[in-house]
Design a protein around this ligand. Structure first.
Ligand SMILES: [Zn+2]
Length: 115
């Protein structure tokens, strides 16, 4: 780590505050930029079909990109994902968490039913 001394001229009466808040923020940003690849298990079949082609989703196994590289120049790894089997189709199945959010939150409690 480099230590840099900075001289700051402060007029009399001005308050100078130095705290760790700014440093922590910088560290967080760096971590996001250099986020390491996190291998994840293949997601479960999301259900449904491609809205454009009415084809069932196709699981693409985890692998290594042939065209994209990471910050170190190594081929980018990617996790398994579901996609439309039609080449060039950009449609993706809805994320399971979104589906869960929709199905939950109806507010139904058995003892709240009017019968
Ligand atoms: Zn499609």
């Amino acid at each position: 780590m480099k230590v840099i001394t900075i001289q700051i001229s402060v007029p009399d009466g001005a308050e100078v505050r130095v705290n760790n808040g700014g440093q922590q923020q910088q560290q967080q940003q760096q971590q996001q930029a250099q986020r390491p690849f996190a291998a994840q298990p293949a997601p479960a079949y999301p259900g449904g079909v491609c809205p454009e082609h009415a084809e069932e989703w196709n699981l693409v196994p985890a692998g290594v990109s042939r065209t994209k590289v990471d910050a170190n120049g190594n081929p980018k790894r990617y996790n398994a994902f579901w996609t439309c089997p039609t080449q060039g189709c950009q449609q993706k199945p809805p994320k399971p968490s979104v589906v869960e959010d929709v199905s939950y939150g109806g507010g139904y409690e058995p003892d709240q039913l009017p019968f």
